[in-house]
Structure formats: structure tokens, C-alpha cells
Design a protein around this ligand. Structure first.
Ligand code: AP5
Length: 228
């Protein structure tokens, strides 16, 4: 009996890789809902730790505010507990360094659950800066808007829950610059890491949100929410 005849849904273990503002979170939220998978956003999880004043949040806060990466050992421990026994997940913002990618491979190998695919979201720097400095976020669920490109129906208010939207403190022009520099130095080497092992699929992230979603579904062989 295979997954289709047993009624059990096939595993879906994805990594969304790409610079800040490329649209990883936007697409992870859309795809997770469409495919009934779990979005695991390390940025969102860390922001919740900061807001809740946990020990991890206290350690992570200064790195995040400066646009630097939180130390690998903290992130790896956090992600291991998030993945747990999940079989359908989208890693949004993890891994971000070669040691994190190696730790993820080791974890999934131990569990006998390899990645299904790694998607690289590609966009140019001026677009990334424009998207981030005009981004507004719903802090309750991580949904994002953009005052220029993807505005809410009423300025400052979430379309669905009617609550206030906020701007992230690391979305100022100065910190966005630091985050892009951090990406080039520490995360861009992952492109080679995954390309060399034949796991990388490039996505043109300059397209509209709908077209990027379509490109992801096509690459995954998905039609109407179900694997083709
Ligand atoms: P994190 O929250 O992960 O930030 P990031 O990677 O910088 O990613 P962003 O959320 O800024 O961008 P995105 O690609 O998700 O874009 P989005 O979809 O929102 O991390 C924050 C911090 O936490 C890090 O700096 C670090 O300190 C720490 N951290 C997190 N993970 C870590 C790790 N693994 N290791 C160490 N430290 C870690 O879209 C952006 C905007 O564009 C939105 O307004 C959206 O509406 C708009 N938009 C999206 N797609 C499109 C489109 N196709 N067309 C037009 N507009 C679009």
C-alpha cells in the first residue's frame, strides 16, 4: 500500500532559503495553509520568545535588533524541538548558516526523514529594501502586508482579524542593510551547499505573490492542493 491508497498524506519537508524580504514568510504561510503543513519560522518563534521575555528571548534580542544572526547552538536546539515528530513542515528562515544546515541534515538522517526540497527565493537588493521598509506585520499571526505592493484594505489594520498592524523594529533602512550584509556573508554559502547535493530549486521571487505560489506548486507537482 502506498501513501495514496492508504489515505496517509505524503511527507512534505521543505526549506525556504533566500534573503530578507524575498517573500519566504509570505509564501510559507500560503503554502502551509494550502497543503495543511506547519510553517516553522525561526524569526517568528524568536520574536515570540523576545515578547514573552524568556531566557532564549533575552539572549536573542540584541542580535536580532542589530540585524545579526542568533548563535547557531541556540537556534539548532530550538529547531529540534519544533520539528519533533512533524512530517509536513516548511522551514522559513532556517537553516541560515552551513553549521545549521549540517545539523539539520544530521537530525533528519537520524529520523530517517530526508528533505523533500529546498527553494531559493531570488530577488535583487533594491526590491528587497523596498519590500522590507514598507512592510507591516500582524504580530498575532505573522501575516505581512506592504504599503506599496500588497496593502491592507484599511491602513494599519489586518484584513482578517481587524487588529492593529505593526512595523518590525529591524525593518529600518539601516538594519535592513545589516541584515542583507549578514545574508551575503553567512547564509549565501548555503546556495552552493544545497546545489552541490542536487537539492536546490531556484524561484524567481520578483514575480507577483500569486505567480510565486504557482511556481512553487508546479515545482512540487501540486494541483488543487494535492500532489499530482
Ligand atoms: P526573519 O524573521 O526570518 O527575517 P528574514 O529572513 O530577514 O526574513 P523576512 O521575514 O524579513 O523576509 P521574508 O523573506 O520572510 O519576506 P516576507 O514574506 O515577509 O529573522 C529575523 C531575525 O531573527 C534575523 O535577522 C536573525 O537575527 C534571527 N534569526 C531568524 N532565523 C535565524 C536563524 N536560522 N539563525 C540565526 N538567527 C536567526 O515579505 C517581505 C515584504 O514583501 C512583505 O511586506 C510582503 O507583503 C512583500 N512581498 C512578499 N512577496 C512579494 C511579492 N512576490 N511581490 C510583492 N511583494 C511581496
Amino acid at each position: 500500500m502506498n501513501a495514496a491508497t492508504s489515505g496517509k498524506r505524503p511527507a512534505l519537508r521543505l526549506v525556504f532559503l533566500g534573503p530578507p524580504g524575498a517573500g519566504k514568510g509570505t509564501q510559507a504561510q500560503i503554502l502551509a495553509e494550502r497543503l495543511d503543513a506547519r510553517q516553522i519560522s525561526t524569526g517568528d518563534i524568536l520574536r515570540k520568545h523576545v515578547a514573552d521575555g524568556t531566557d532564549l528571548g533575552a539572549k536573542a534580542k540584541a542580535f536580532m535588533e542589530a540585524g545579526a544572526l542568533v548563535p547557531d547552538q541556540l537556534i539548532i536546539a530550538m529547531i529540534e524541538s519544533e520539528i519533533g515528530t512533524l512530517d509536513r513542515f516548511i522551514l522559513d528562515g532556517f537553516p541560515r548558516t552551513v553549521p545549521q544546515a549540517e545539523a539539520l541534515d544530521a537530525l533528519l538522517e537520524r529520523l530517517g526523514k530526508p528533505l523533500s526540497a529546498v527553494f531559493l527565493f531570488e530577488a535583487d537588493r533594491p526590491t528587497l529594501v523596498r519590500r522590507l521598509t514598507a512592510r507591516w506585520t500582524n504580530p498575532r499571526n505573522g501575516r505581512t502586508y506592504n504599503t506599496e505592493l500588497n496593502p491592507p484594505k484599511v491602513a494599519g489594520i489586518d484584513d482578517d482579524d481587524g487588529g492593529a498592524l505593526v512595523q518590525r523594529p529591524d525593518d529600518t533602512a539601516e538594519i535592513v542593510g545589516n541584515r542583507l550584509t549578514t545574508y551575503d556573508a553567512q547564509t549565501a554559502p548555503l546556495v552552493d551547499f544545497y546545489a552541490k547535493s542536487g537539492r536546490l530549486t531556484r524561484i524567481d521571487a520578483l514575480q507577483s505573490i500569486d505567480r510565486v505560489s504557482d511556481a512553487l506548486c508546479t515545482a512540487l507537482g501540486i494541483r488543487d492542493g494535492a500532489p499530482a
